[in-house]
Design a protein around this ligand. Structure first.
Ligand code: 13P
Length: 340
């Protein structure tokens, strides 16, 4: 385990005003998003879409790292140049999703456990040898009547910690992602309570598994009311609740927190990240960054529609969303940026 290299990589991923772009949708998830827009769901079309993303001019101005999927990390541009080469030559750090998905947790109706630990050491060694410098594992926590259970929180935290320790052994920075879902009618307060419990459980397990906190990144949800909660929250309420929760549960040794977007619109995700940085940045021990998939990609995907002739316009939309989030890291984003 190369301690200094892990620390340096984790720091670079959240340095300045950049963040991460998640483009690690599994094939079923990617296909689902394509199907909604009548885009053909084939290996070649997924490849073409990922080529569009990584060849976006100026992406490196706002994006420090991209998270790839097993299919994507092995692909090439149409001209034969490997994606990994394109990414690293653009000055962007490649990362890889390594969990194998959330499955039903036995004995716990409506709850999930993320799988992928079996054989993980060998897979990580291969990705590390290919040139990946960080990895991602997502745990999913649902709020509902009587859930999440302790059993679900503990099983997922334990898996995240085992994954994180294995990553560091292979010189990969683990992105630790316990996602409390937005689905449901729960309140902001319930989300705050569950997120705090989930994070305490995760950091307890990370400590038990001897994970180097300086060499990891946390990827949490923002604290939000459920999508169908009748009482939605103002931007400042979200910023306050999220920062309060993180201050209580995330050790200062962690270099950065990079939020997932979780289904928020691009503009809302930028607005909320901006509010946190504008109001609290100078008082926080860690960087507050982004690791968005949908909140960066969605407008570009909708413009592209699988058409070669739409590539430039789609890349402009992707660049724009990445740039808005860069501004949000500085606390300088405002809705006027959306009018350009
Ligand atoms: P979203 O930003 O679309 O929630 O995706 C982030 C991610 O990587 C989920 O694992």
């Amino acid at each position: 385990m190369k301690v200094q290299e892990l620390i340096d990589t984790a720091r670079i991923l959240v340095a300045g005003d950049k963040g991460l772009l998640a483009m690690d949708e599994s094939n079923p998830t990617c296909n689902k998003r394509f199907a909604k827009l009548d885009i053909p769901q084939t290996v070649e079309v997924r490849r073409a879409y990922r080529e569009l993303i990584i060849t976006t001019p100026g992406l490196d101005e706002s994006v420090s790292g991209v998270i790839l999927y097993d299919e994507t990390i092995r692909q090439q541009k149409k001209d034969g140049i490997p994606f990994l080469k394109v990414i690293t030559e653009a000055g962007i750090i490649p990362g890889i999703k390594v969990d194998t998905g959330a499955k039903d947790l036995a004995g716990h109706p409506r709850e999930k456990i993320t799988e992928g630990l079996d054989g993980l050491r060998d897979r990580l060694a291969e990705y590390s040898q290919m040139g990946a410098r960080f990895a991602k594992w997502r745990a999913v926590i649902t709020i509902g009547e009587g859930i999440p259970s302790r059993g679900c929180l503990e099983a997922n935290a334990h898996a995240l910690a085992r994954y994180a320790a294995l990553c560091q052994e292979s010189d990969l920075v683990p992105i630790v992602e316990p996602e409390v879902l937005m689905d449901g009618d729960h309140t902001l307060e319930q989300c705050a309570h569950v997120t705090e419990a989930a994070l305490h459980t995760v950091f307890c397990q990370l400590y038990r598994q001897r994970v180097l906190l300086e060499g990891m990144i946390l990827k949490p949800n923002m604290v939000l009311p459920g999508l169908t909660c009748p009482k939605q929250a103002a931007v400042d309420e979200v910023a306050d609740a999220t920062v309060r929760c993180l201050l209580r549960a995330v050790p200062a040794a962690v270099p950065g927190i990079a939020f997932l977007s979780g289904g928020q619109s691009g503009e809302l995700a930028s607005t909320r990240l901006n509010a946190m940085n504008a109001r609290f940045k100078s008082r926080l021990p860690w960087a507050l960054a982004f690791s968005f998939a949908r909140a960066i990609q969605q407008p570009a995907l909708e413009i592209w529609q699988g058409e070669e002739t739409h590539v430039l316009a789609a890349q402009q939309a992707l660049y724009h969303r990445a740039r808005c989030n860069r501004a949000a890291r500085r606390g300088e984003y405002n809705l006027d940026m959306e009018k350009v």
